[in-house]
Write a protein that binds this ligand. Structure first.
Ligand SMILES: C[S@@+](CC[C@H](N)C(=O)[O-])C[C@H]1O[C@@H](n2cnc3c(N)ncnc32)[C@H](O)[C@@H]1O
Length: 295
């Protein structure tokens, strides 16, 4: 059996089992390729190079076992491999934090999208806060992209921060990223020139319909109340007093634009283009945030 034939067979198993994707891949073939290459200790981008390689007899059972675990546990593949890739950067991950996949990463690290953010940043951008940092991925991207900034990364969850700590160390950014535990800005030191935030924003109806793979992630990281905006309301209200006069907030709200606009009818924001479209990530200036009323 060749490597490609093994991937195709495992892809068919994933398809037939009806597993969900969205944590690093979007389809059964890519997910099967990832887990197959990982189980065999091959480079994750090595499928094309090794596709026709004849496999040793011991190889297929190794891969079949991992795919069986993926199907039976319904855990995202990254929780099985303890590694997630985002914009070509590897992150450690386990069930204490969500699998890194924020579209804000594209605005920092993707050549097609990062220009939009560059236009709002200047020589004076020195202090960055990654609010709701979870696995720490956005803090790591910010520190990598902008060598002159100091990054603070905060989260209410000690468990998630333990994962963030592993990623900060993995990328040798201990001198550039300070991790802080607390509710929203509670322990943040500010004021900040840039606040990045991918908060919990999933509305209650969507939470109730989530596939098992998303239920494997901490609910604290996803659930945003009836309209998804519970935490966002307090966040937008509090943000200006932690930002410098020319500071900006970059906020991800997933598929919740309609709920967002209903919750903040007077707030003027710029919607930023990512590969998910132009209604999932927005930018608000400190000035504009004064239109937000107390929750
Ligand atoms: C959607 S995850 C984002 C994780 C990471 N920034 C990313 O993009 O992959 C949201 C994070 O918000 C954190 N969180 C939930 N409630 C919070 C609160 N009241 N204050 C601070 N962080 C909170 C969760 O623990 C979780 O890590």
């Amino acid at each position: 059996m060749t490597l490609l034939e093994l991937v195709q067979a495992q892809s068919a198993r994933l398809e037939q089992a009806g597993v969900s994707f969205g944590h690093g891949t979007t389809n059964a073939f890519d997910e099967a390729a990832w887990l197959t290459l990982w189980a065999l200790g091959l480079p994750l981008d090595g499928l094309d190079e090794h596709a026709d390689r004849e496999l040793a007899e011991a190889a297929p059972p190794l891969v079949e076992e991992v795919i069986t675990r993926r199907i039976e546990s319904r855990q995202p593949a990254a929780y099985l491999t303890h590694e997630a890739w985002l914009q070509g950067v590897a992150f450690y991950v386990d069930t204490r934090s969500i699998v890194p996949r924020s579209f804000i990463a594209e605005l920092i690290a993707h050549p097609d999208y990062s220009g939009a953010l560059d236009a709002w940043l200047g020589r004076n951008t020195r202090r960055v806060l990654d609010l709701c940092t979870g696995n720490g991925s956005l803090a790591v991207f910010a520190a990598m992209a902008w060598p002159d900034v100091q990054v603070e990364a905060s989260d209410v969850s000690d468990a998630a921060l333990a994962v963030a700590r592993i990623n900060v160390r993995k990328h040798k950014l201990e001198q550039r990223i300070k991790l802080v535990q607390g509710h929203l800005f509670e322990r943040a030191t500010g004021p900040y020139d840039l606040v990045l935030c991918n908060p919990p924003y999933v509305n209650a109806a969507s939470m109730a319909a989530l596939p098992d793979e998303y239920r494997a992630e901490p609910a604290l990281a996803l659930a945003g109340g009836i309209d998804g905006m519970d935490l966002v309301r307090e966040l937008l209200w509090r943000a200006p007093s932690h930002m410098n006069p020319r500071g900006v907030l970059v906020l991800e709200i997933g598929n919740e634009r309609a709920h967002f606009e209903r919750a903040f009818p007077k707030l003027e924001v710029a919607w930023l283009e990512t590969s998910a479209g132009d209604d999932q990530v927005l930018l608000a200036t400190r000035e504009s945030l004064y239109a937000v009323t107390p929750p």
